[in-house]
Design a protein around this ligand. Sequence first.
Ligand code: NAD
Length: 453
Amino acid sequence: MRVAILGTGYVGLTTGVCLAYLGHSVVCVDPVVEKIDSLRHGSIPIFEPGLEELLREASQRMGFTTNPAEAIPEAEVVVICVGTPVQADGTPDLSQLRSASESLGRHMGLHFTVVVNKSTVPIGSSNWVEALVCAAFEESHDEKAEARFAVASNPEFLREGSAVADSLYPDRIVLGTEDLRALEILCALYRPLIDQDFPAPAFCPRPPGVTAIPFVSTDLPSAELIKYAANAFLALKISFINEIGLLAQRVGADVGEIARGIGLDSRIGRQFLQAGLGWGGSCFAKDTSTLITTAAEYGLSLPIVGAAREVNQRLRARVLERLLDELKILKGKRIGLLGLAFKPNTDDLRDAPAIDIAKRLSLHGALVVAHDPVAMPRFQREQAGLPVALLDSPEGVFQRADAVVLVTEWQTYLDLTWEALQPVMRNPLLVDGRNVLDKQRLVAAGYRHVGIP
Ligand code: NAD
């Protein structure tokens, strides 16, 4: 099947490469010239494990362009994967969605085209996309757009850092459309995924037990709301354990033990019960915010989702509170941060706790030094104004430090020879922002270990 992908970010690029790997003919469009240049040379502009290898295997069926006219007219399916960042008032910025929809309408061919919305968009946006595509098509083609295309919502659930595996072996595929023809075409597009009959790439094997993927076919607003409800639920699971963690810290209980004790209950489940610095990244803050503003448009408040956000906000101040408790004065103190990306295995810094922590520490006059295995070049570009000294090695972060904060639980930090690093610190205070380090071992090595919350 011929597919055009609009947007080559984490979602668009992964979707495009996976669809090409499954045998479809894919052209990815993005207005950013540097991204397209780098992709044409086989190099991916983001850090996503396995994606470059998969691109190598699928490259014969892939094209990259900045020109929509080279991708959209021939496509039977056009997938919109543009960004929908949140604005200061909590509502999403839909300007990329508007420009992609208008460009789609202008360039759409005369055959039947399925327009798939994979971007996370407020409820009702698919109707808006339909109207924009329709108007742009009719303006540029001088023909009626009626019955020439149909819009479907196909929310994306991949996680950065494991995007390839999440796309090849998803927990479910959700499709919302009122058009039977579109549903049939999209079933055919995803058939190899649904049936799991494609050969798994050697570097990303099929997990044991994965045989067929559940397929949820529903109406447009339900598909759109499924995405928001899923992210809100995951966000509140994390905030719930952190709220319990705040109390646990006061009463001398161990939040890790509590998470294990409740997570073994199959009705609760173990995932997303890791207490620590809370959630960051491009999705949870933006999607919970949009959910709340959407509900408000209908005269509803969502107190549970609001509380999840409030607890997460409180955690952002927690590292500073813990450091002030321990060090009393931060002015002139050297504080080392291990990790900048919002989670391991990605270079994404959107809403990363490290940025918040660095800002708060700088405001208190601390000297902040940091390391990240992959996100430092991006940090330099995107956070140029923040006074953070970036170091080449994690070991350097410990040199003469008054405290070290583990912000992102990269495996390389878990593997450090912690015993050898304690003596190089001025004050061996360690804040384990993710509660993943072996406290007993660190205390035995002479550290003062403090968890979050
Ligand atoms: P991103 O910002 O990394 O990528 C968006 C891309 O779209 C950029 O490369 C941008 O240049 C391009 N673009 C902008 N206007 C365009 C246009 N008119 N035509 C073609 N390309 C255009 O965003 P992302 O993280 O990939 O997220 C995309 C969407 O998917 C968002 O709505 C997000 O909420 C949702 N989502 C993201 C994730 C994730 O983990 N990142 C997971 C699930 C869903």
